[in-house]
Ligand binder design. Structure first.
Ligand code: PLP
Length: 433
């Protein structure tokens, strides 16, 4: 039975087709720590390789533990299929490489996680894929930067440090008219934002963050919304409309929906071409660890968001804090977008600026006792960092400001501890700062 609930609390535990292990009746998802799978016959093997039948071939391409994770996340995001990969970085790389060959380009929002920025600006450039950076506050800038070689748009739902929610519907609509799919990194807004509902074609996550939730395992995932017509503008998407040399010259945009009866073409290409050839597979043990996190994500994420809002409220009245950065405290169009797209809580991240600038920022971090000082977000524990002296320290002052980092900016990934303990720690550290 496939559980068809629309409720995240139920999907996290029952989503997809897994009910029990068919051999042992195990309720918990087993870790299938295997590389390969015995074929029933030569014909069975041939059918699997030609996609006439779907089944396990080799763990670089698919695995039964990982499949449970993929089905649940696809359902949670309202997509048709998902492909898990070894990290969030691999998810963004594969999502773009699933559209672009050398000589092609994508248009991306400027407001990105630093690792994604580097991947786009430097590594993709070396591979011959150009990334053009657009102003996320102005949806039309995506259209202006597009040309006949533009294969995709890319953005994050809730990028830090600015925490300005991306105009998903507006940019997805621009892309749809041109045959350009929008990829959204929804890492910081699982459950509360559903990009596919707003027109995104593909969602990616770093599973390392809130979904895994305990700071134990690196992973990523690509969700195929199943809502994009890959064949409407054949010249726009050559990878889906020209013969695929590594699959008997199939035209994937036509053959995949015909053979599988569903528009899961993007996921199929990510799995059977990119995972097969580039190999960034998630380990079954990490898939299991991340499933443990996923099963309580709805409950935890509520507490993350509630605590984050309380921290933002607290800081908004605090002497020495000149600005609070949180969707609730934004103005104008940014506030409107936060209200439109964040439907079930305003996110787990809070930024704030200290009047004492760089020195105060460093001192605040050194005085923390409960909050961890790490370059991560999305752990169950509360985390803090001073971007100007760490994650953004390679940028000059002007570029730091452009990216939203002032000298006294502190980023908090608010955890699920009791709110009194989080506030007490922030308070005692501010008093010493
Ligand atoms: N996307 C976002 C928004 C992130 O914050 C991160 C990591 O911090 C990534 C992607 C990359 O994820 P991973 O560290 O799992 O490769």
């Amino acid at each position: 039975m496939v559980n068809s609930s629309k409720h995240p609390e139920t999907i996290a535990l029952h989503g997809g087709s897994y009910r029990k292990d068919n051999t042992t009746n195990s309720v918990a998802v087993p870790i299938y720590q295997t590389t390969s799978y015995q074929f029933n016959s030569q014909e069975h093997a041939a059918n699997l390789f030609s996609l006439k039948e779907l089944g396990n071939i080799y763990t670089r391409i698919m695995n039964p533990t990982t499949a449970v994770l993929e089905e649940r996340i696809a359902q949670l995001e309202g997509g048709l299929a998902a492909v898990a990969v070894s990290s969030g970085q691999a998810a963004s790389a594969f999502a773009v490489q699933n559209l672009c060959r050398a000589g092609d380009n994508i248009v991306s929002s400027t407001d990105l996680y630093g690792g994604t920025w580097n991947q786009f600006e430097n590594t993709f450039k070396q591979l011959g894929i150009e990334v053009r950076f657009a102003d996320p506050t102005d949806p039309d800038s995506f259209a202006k930067l597009s040309d006949e070689k533009t294969r995709g748009y890319y953005a994050e739902t809730l990028p830090n440090p600015k925490l300005h929610v991306f105009p998903i519907e507006e940019v997805a609509a621009i892309g749809k008219k041109l045959g350009i799919p929008l990829i959204v990194d929804n890492t910081a807004a699982p459950i509360t934002c559903k990009p596919i509902k707003h027109g995104a074609a593909v969602v990616v996550h770093s599973l390392t963050k809130w979904i895994g939730g305990h700071g134990t395992s690196i992973g990523g995932i690509i969700v195929d919304g199943g809502n994009f017509d890959w064949t409407q503008f054949p010249e726009r998407q050559p990878l889906y409309n020209e013969p695929e040399p590594s699959y008997w010259d199939w035209v994937l945009g036509k053959v995949v929906p015909e053979v599988l009866g569903a528009n899961v073409t993007f996921a199929v290409r990510a799995r059977f071409v990119l995972l097969r050839d580039l190999g960034a597979a998630l380990s079954p043990t990490n898939a299991f660890n991340i499933i443990q996190g996923l099963e309580t994500l709805p409950l935890r994420f509520k507490q993350h968001q509630d605590n984050a809002e309380k921290v933002a409220d607290y800081l908004s009245n605090k002497k020495g804090v000149t600005k609070v950065i949180h969707p609730k405290y934004q103005q104008g169009i940014n506030k409107e977008r936060a209200e439109k797209y964040l439907e079930d809580g305003s996110g787990p991240l809070v930024g704030f600026e200290l009047s004492g600038g760089l020195d105060a920022g460093k001192k605040f971090i050194d005085n923390l006792q409960l909050l961890y000082h790490v370059a991560n977000i999305g752990d169950a524990r509360s985390l803090a960092i001073h971007p100007a002296s760490t994650t953004h320290s390679q940028l000059n002052a002007e570029d730091q400001l452009r990216s939203g980092v002032t000298p006294g900016y502190i980023r908090l990934s608010v955890g699920i501890e009791h709110i009194d303990d989080i506030l007490n720690d922030i308070n005692q550290s501010l008093e010493k700062t």
